[in-house]
Design a protein around this ligand. Structure first.
Ligand SMILES: [Zn+2]
Length: 53
């Protein structure tokens, strides 16, 4: 298993979408809300979404 990817997102984003990047490693499209935090991790693929400062 490879290291989880880290995806930078705009600091004003409220939600992020993840589909695992598509292809064989992809997963169903899911949305995550930051819900006041500055990072969220995808439950499917482990990608981390971090708000840029
Ligand atoms: Zn994912």
């Amino acid at each position: 298993m490879k290291e989880p990817e880290v995806i930078k997102v705009d600091s004003d984003a409220d939600q992020v979408m993840c589909d695992g990047g598509g292809g064989p490693l992809g997963h169903p499209q899911v949305w995550y809300s930051f819900d006041g935090k500055c990072e969220v991790s995808c439950h499917y693929c482990g990608r981390k979404f971090i708000k840029s400062a």
